[in-house]
Design a protein around this ligand. Structure first.
Ligand code: ADP
Ligand code: MG
Length: 729
């Protein structure tokens, strides 16, 4: 067998599960050990420094220079005691990962040696050399430098031996160059808008926070097999590989017993996560072979997203310890399920109320319905933007591929909540409610004193599903930074809540009673957003037709989906809401287009190379063996027996020849298409050219390679096959 592949398989078969050192017996004993959390701040900071941080966290006040010096000293002492030697600002540029640049805690001392130094300035602000981070041209237009600034709402932590300080990353003129800045703005916005609406119901509500519970799916592949697949190494997905005869047909992987090696890896990850205060809770096998999931207990959205970014990084590192490689790509293997990252999202008040939890009495039910209905309206009005927020090269393989929600945005409510909405829609006849109608409606709602939600009333085919006490945005890709989806979602809901408030206030001003005003506006919203509600099978062909009839949009191209960010109404909303201004949006969409182009370009190059230097040579070698065999038959046997003995062989030789020629021809065409695309100046046009003229070759060429894989002698095939990648562990 081809040397590399054989060696890799041997290596995997000899692997033993790796041990790791558990931190302590009880998680509660070491949870958050490496986090500079509130108890540690209390211990290491003066009273006034502590309350300055608390004030910054709770009320967004700025921390002055003197205070940040004090905080830095406390943080430094704690970090040094816990083995840190370096510090870094930890931020989330518009790449696919986080960024850090470590500096040692050393300064010249007055006596000539060095001392461990760390000032308030270094804590609060740094200037990483930002020129190599994508900005979509923002920095050219404005100011070359960018800086990172401390986000006190996400606590500092020690990663290996580095004190890591979560920060935003912005240009000198204040433009956001990262995911965190607009996320914080969107969370601030929804806090204000939701609080204002809550005030109709309860004057004690003074703040509302958004929560996020992510569910991270991923694949694990043995390191040796991974290294034998250049396509996995360079693009994160397999660009070729015939389907294994058996993969997920029997559903025998989902929730089945976790393999020991994988279980050790998971325990190791959990151990690290707990030290870093990440409340991971659930682990299980997913649908596809070698696919798994990890989910935490939900947290405040900004912190939860930092934790997701952090754990993705930790998992990459720990996977290596266990001789695995982790794949976050949305579609590493054709023909079997890919990976997503459900974003469970809710809003809760400072008074402890989850706004998406049905209440126990009519008043709290009305509060619940207010938030559900406004959310639906926001989703309906902004379906294109929500799609744009989750669309990229990797996720494109998944969406609408019968394993993930389609590229049509719809919302699932379940039978109970749908019934409530229908009831409200019918009860209120027009803007002027008669006292009877009002009572009827109150009673109708009141008649269901507690909406008992059936936990099995789930819909796994909906991109945006209500799941009892939260909405689950299920279309997010596994490799994504959740912030992209959360920025869009929180912004549009915040915007809708503001509109709602304006309309209700207008009615109240005209003399309508508060409750009645709320009812009336809600009813209008129910009617206006009805088309987004869909409780049926989102994967079915009928839904695609039905959605088209409803006028819901359905987009399957990345450039088209992303161009929504450049639409005037979208820009206007983001600007009005104070989330992203025009140049920030422009920068972002440029970065996304560039990423898309680069990803397709890399895939095209890798596939072209592998086709020529891995696949064609073995196909030729096998063809040569067949040819020799045919020659021998001709020499040994009489002519009248030749056709019977060698005929099938000749067909095979022709078939192989056909595939080789096709691969070579298509590769050449693909290179030409790339050359034509590369000279296009306008980035959106270039992205479209890559999408329409280069991308199709990836599957065209693959088709011929996968056919060859079936024909060519297994002994010669150079790359680990799907059956090996997915079942050998
Ligand atoms: P599943 O959707 O597979 O049934 P779980 O019930 O385990 O999954 O929940 C998935 C995620 O949803 C978890 O991270 C959980 O903490 C989170 N979650 C639960 N309730 C809420 C809520 N009110 N707001 C946000 N996230 C939540
Ligand atoms: Mg879920």
């Amino acid at each position: 067998m081809a040397q590399f592949r054989l060696k890799a398989l041997e290596e995997v078969l000899n692997r033993e599960p790796k041990d790791f050192v558990r931190e302590d017996n009880l998680v509660s004993d070491y949870y958050g050990k490496l986090v500079f959390d509130q108890p540690k701040m209390k211990k290491y900071l003066s009273k006034e420094a502590f309350s300055a941080v608390m004030d910054a966290i709770d009320n967004g006040t700025t921390i002055d220079r003197k205070m940040s010096n004090q905080i830095a000293q406390g943080m430094k002492s704690w970090a040094l005691e816990n083995g840190a030697t370096h510090y870094t600002h930890w931020f989330q540029p518009l790449t696919d990962s986080t960024a850090e640049k470590h500096d040692a805690f050393i300064d010249h001392s007055e006596k000539g040696g060095v001392i461990e130094g760390f000032s308030g300035t270094l804590l609060a602000q740094q200037e990483p050399d930002a020129s190599s981070f994508p900005s979509g041209g923002i920095r050219q237009t404005f100011e070359a430098r960018g800086y990172t600034a401390w986000d006190p709402s996400s606590p500092a932590f020690i990663s290996e031996t580095t004190l890591s300080i979560p920060t935003v990353f912005i240009s000198y003129t204040g433009e956001a160059l990262d995911y965190k800045t607009p996320l914080l703005r969107a969370l601030h916005s929804i806090d204000k808008s939701a609080t204002a609406v809550c005030q109709y119901f309860d004057k004690n509500v003074s703040s509302v926070k958004a929560n996020l519970g992510w569910e991270q799916e991923y694949f694990l592949i043995d390191e040796a097999l991974f290294m034998a697949r250049p396509d996995l190494m360079l693009t994160g997905r397999t660009l070729m590989g015939h389907a294994s005869s058996k993969d997920q047909q029997l559903d025998d992987h989902y929730f089945s017993s976790i393999p020991t090696r994988v279980n050790r890896f998971m325990q190791d990850v959990e151990n690290e996560a707990y030290k870093l205060g990440i409340p991971v809770k659930t682990r299980h096998n997913e649908v596809a072979p070698n696919q798994f999931e990890l989910a935490p207990i939900y947290e405040e959205a900004n912190l939860a997203n930092d934790h997701n970014q952090l754990i993705m990084d930790i998992m990459l590192k720990i996977a290596r310890r266990h001789k695995f490689r982790i794949l976050y790509h949305e579609k590493p293997f054709a023909g079997i399920n890919g990976s997503g990252k459900h974003n469970n999202w809710s809003l809760s008040t400072n008074t402890g109320v989850n706004l998406y939890s049905p209440g126990k009495n009519p008043k709290s039910n009305l509060l619940f319905l207010t938030f559900v209905i406004n959310t639906l309206k926001a989703v309906y009005d902004n379906q294109d933007l929500l799609r744009a927020s989750i669309y990229h090269a990797g996720n494109q393989h998944r969406l609408g591929a019968n394993e993930a929600p389609p590229s049509i945005i719809s919302a699932f409510l379940g039978t109970e909540v749908s019934k409530m909405l229908d009831l409200m829609e019918e009860s209120v006849v027009d803007r002027k409610m008669t006292p009877d109608e009002k009572t009827a409606l109150k009673l109708n709602i009141g008649r269901i004193p507690e909406i008992i939600l059936d936990n099995t009333d789930r819909n796994r085919t909906s991109p945006f599903a209500f799941t009892g006490n939260r909405f689950e945005f299920r279309a997010v890709g596994s490799s994504a930074n959740c912030a992209s989806a959360l920025i869009a979602l929180n912004t549009v809901v915040s915007n809708q809540l503001q509109k709602f408030k304006t309309e209700v206030d207008e009615l109240i001003e005209k003399g309508t009673k508060k409750d009645e005003a709320i009812f009336q506006v809600l009813k209008e919203l129910i009617i206006a957003s009805k088309l987004i509600r869909f409780n049926g099978d989102g994967y079915s062909a009928e839904w695609v037709e039905e959605a088209a009839k409803r006028g819901l949009t359905n987009v399957n191209s990345v450039p088209e989906a992303l161009s929504v960010y450049a639409r005037p109404d979208v820009i206007e909303m983001f600007e009005n809401m104070g989330i992203l201004n025009q140049s920030e949006l422009h920068g972002r969409v440029e970065v996304e287009f560039e990423k898309f182009i680069m990803k397709i370009q890399i895939e095209a190059r890798v596939l072209g190379d592998l086709a020529i230097n891995h696949i064609v040579p073995v196909a030729v070698a096998y063809q040569t063996t067949l040819l020799k065999n045919v020659k021998n038959i001709k020499e040994v046997f009489p002519a009248d027996e030749f056709e019977q003995l060698a005929g099938a062989r000749l067909d095979l030789i022709r078939e192989i020849g056909g595939h080789i020629s096709a691969i070579k021809a298509k590769r050449k065409e693909m290179i030409d298409a790339r050359k034509r695309a590369n000279v296009i100046e306008e980035v959106i046009e270039k992205a479209k050219a890559y999408d329409e003229t280069v991308r199709p070759y990836l599957s065209d060429i693959r088709y011929h390679i996968d056919k060859l894989e079936l024909i060519v002698d297994n002994e010669l095939w150079p790359l680990p096959k799907y059956r090996e990648l997915l079942f050998v562990r």
